[in-house]
Design a protein around this ligand. Structure first.
Ligand code: FES
Ligand SMILES: [Fe+2]
Length: 400
């Protein structure tokens, strides 16, 4: 895409260590570039592999104009197929999930196998090269039971991430979780304001009275450090990894997805992220007990995952248009946990529901201010290090 003067001005005027200029959050043109240069190149959490356990079970994942069928094949493998008929382009799958033996386009009934191959095209004659008319494959990978999709032509690899994170993640048993709850919070703001907000806890003190009772991370690093030091022995005793792995930007191996893993301490009265600090679900995986900590895992730049001992939370930042986004949150519990018996949805979801509602409010007020004629990008605080790192990554992608 040719770069217009406006766009070049925006890029060259950006001052590292500062917020972005208004145009980055208020322009439909920049939004289109964001989608191509960043969002479509990234990986996106779509669902859990055990949601489509049987051959023919599928789910449809949608992002902006794209719709993808994620299906378990007869060979047991999970594939992602563009939900676009190779005849005249109709959506093939209209239901969001189900189980089928083949996919039949609702328009003229072209029929596709579970691996996307074209099985039958009515009245098209023997000469039609069916082998060239299968549903197009979309990049798809499964990491600890979590299915990720990318729309990139040359998507980054999970190999380095697997090699380094398989062990630290092993005891959490993420591949043996189920989705207890999945919900969407519409936010009237540019998608980057959601990501920036998630990446810093500078706002947690003033904005999150509930979170701040649970996680000391609302304080400066020197104050948080003693809590983390005290957690190390507890974590070791409970089979929880306290590895610190940071493979983002210059630390990311060539061709690899960016990834991170770290663990931080909660306040000691808190076993987990809950209203009273008491557990809200059975222990995950092979954990032995509570270390009063939580792990931060990133798969790519857009999939932060927070892992307590009894549940995990996956975040998705879903862009809709230049000033509309969706914050999606997915709560995972042990796959054998039963609602009503082992967990109560209200208790399980309380902290991240109340926190996300507060985030929605502050992010929308952020967007309103950014839209003002008086807005000027200000300097970031030390506690906004990861936000700055996201902005550096973003500017580098757009400049490439
Ligand atoms: S568009 Fe699918 S069969 Fe015609
Ligand atoms: Fe927040």
């Amino acid at each position: 895409m040719a770069q217009t003067p406006l766009f070049n001005d925006l890029l060259t005027s950006h001052q590292s260590g500062h917020a972005l200029a208004q145009g980055f959050y208020a322009s439909a043109e920049v939004f289109e570039r964001d989608m191509e240069a960043v969002v479509m190149q990234e990986w996106h959490f779509a669902g859990l592999a055990n949601e489509i356990a049987e051959a023919g079970a599928y789910m449809v994942f949608e992002l902006l104009k794209e719709s993808v069928i994620i299906v378990r094949g007869k060979d047991g493998n999970i594939r992602a197929l563009a939900n676009v008929c190779r005849h005249r382009g109709s959506r093939v799958c209209l239901e969001h999930r189900g189980t089928v033996s083949r996919f039949v386009c609702p328009y003229h009934a072209w029929t596709y196998d579970l691996d996307g191959g074209l099985l039958n095209a009515r009245m098209m004659g023997k000469d039609l090269d069916r082998s060239a008319l299968g549903l197009k494959p979309v990049a798809c990978d499964v990491f600890h039971g979590m299915i990720f999709v990318s729309f990139a032509d040359a998507p980054t690899s999970f190999a380095d991430m697997r090699a380094e994170l398989d062990e630290p993640l092993a005891n959490f048993g993420l591949a043996h979780t189920k989705i207890a709850h999945r919900t969407r919070y519409p936010v009237q703001a540019n998608w980057k304001l959601l990501v920036e907000n998630y990446n810093e806890c500078y706002h947690c003190g003033p904005a999150h009275p509930e979170f701040k009772l649970t996680h000391p991370t609302h304080m400066s690093a020197d104050k948080v450090e003693p809590f983390n030091d005290a957690m190390l022995a507890r974590a070791a005793a409970q089979g929880v990894s306290t590895a610190f792995i940071d493979r983002v930007g210059p630390f990311c191996p060539a061709g690899s997805v960016d990834y991170t893993y770290s663990r931080h301490s909660l306040y000691e009265a808190y076993d987990t992220g809950s209203k009273d600090g008491k557990p809200v679900a059975p222990l995950l995986g092979a954990l032995k007990g509570y270390d009063q900590g939580a792990s931060d895992l990133y798969v790519g730049m857009l999939n932060p995952i927070l892992i307590y001992n009894d549940y995990a939370v996956i975040y998705r930042f879903v862009p809709v248009d230049h000033q509309t986004s969706i914050q999606e949150i997915i709560w995972l519990v042990h796959e054998e946990a039963e609602e009503g018996r082992d967990y109560d949805l209200e208790h399980l979801c309380w902290l991240w529901d109340v926190t996300t509602k507060a985030d929605k409010h502050i992010i929308e007020k952020n967007q309103e201010g950014v839209n003002s004629r008086y807005y000027q990008p200000g300097p970031l605080a030390e506690m906004e290090f990861y936000t700055q790192r996201f902005l550096d990554y973003y500017i580098a992608r757009l400049s490439a």
